[in-house]
Design a binder for this molecule. Structure first.
Ligand SMILES: C[S@@+](CC[C@H](N)C(=O)[O-])C[C@H]1O[C@@H](n2cnc3c(N)ncnc32)[C@H](O)[C@@H]1O
Length: 180
């Protein structure tokens, strides 16, 4: 059923989350929503062609890690990082996002699927209080975002809406019982 959410999107599907890029202006909006600065370490889960981590480094001066299960996309990301002049501040690994240690992150970004977000939720809630999480389009059930913004995407290829929802959470010091 969830595959329908991506109907019409580009191929190269891996397991349940296919490769669909976040448009550049949405990438910027995600990083701005998270308030990324040069002091941040950004982890993008399912990093595709690397654009979120590369933009975090190039535009905001952050460091970062992208984990991606498709080796060809990781290679593409490394080339793009070198071209962007940020190869010394970012790393791309062929790695399953479910096996990734997230503890170094001050910011986690995701463009995945609702049920993947929910599977990740306990691990995200266990991160250092103050860690920011931004998800493109999908929320995390009853862990309500602190902020949601809508960005126009006139040429959006997935779903019916010509816009993207960006959700921001900040990991709380005490996790509310309802979302434990
Ligand atoms: C919707 S794309 C988002 C790409 C990039 N983050 C962006 O926003 O442009 C999701 C990516 O997750 C990758 N992916 C899917 N399952 C994964 C897994 N278990 N571990 C790591 N990457 C995965 C896919 O190959 C795909 O590139």
């Amino acid at each position: 059923m969830l595959a329908l959410a991506w109907a019409g999107g580009p191929a190269l599907a891996v397991e349940e989350v296919p490769f669909v890029t976040t448009p550049d202006h949405v990438t910027l909006a995600m990083l701005e929503l998270a308030g990324v600065t040069a002091g941040d370490f950004v982890i993008d889960l399912g990093s595709g062609d690397g654009r979120i981590v590369i933009t975090a480094a190039k535009v905001f001066g952050a460091r970062g890690l992208g984990v991606e299960i498709v080796p060809e996309l990781v290679e593409r990301s490394r080339v793009a990082a070198r071209r962007a002049g940020v190869a010394d501040r970012v790393e791309f690994r062929v790695q399953d996002l479910y096996d990734t240690d997230l503890t170094a992150a001050t910011v986690v970004t995701m463009y995945l699927l609702p049920e993947v977000n929910l599977q990740l939720r306990p691990r995200l809630l266990a991160l250092r209080p103050g860690t920011r999480i931004v998800s493109h389009d999908w929320d995390m059930g009853n862990w309500r975002p602190d902020r949601t913004i809508v960005v126009d995407v006139p040429d959006k290829k997935v779903g019916r809406e010509k816009s993207s929802r960006l959700h921001l959470w900040t990991v709380p010091g005490t996790v509310p019982a309802a979302v434990r």
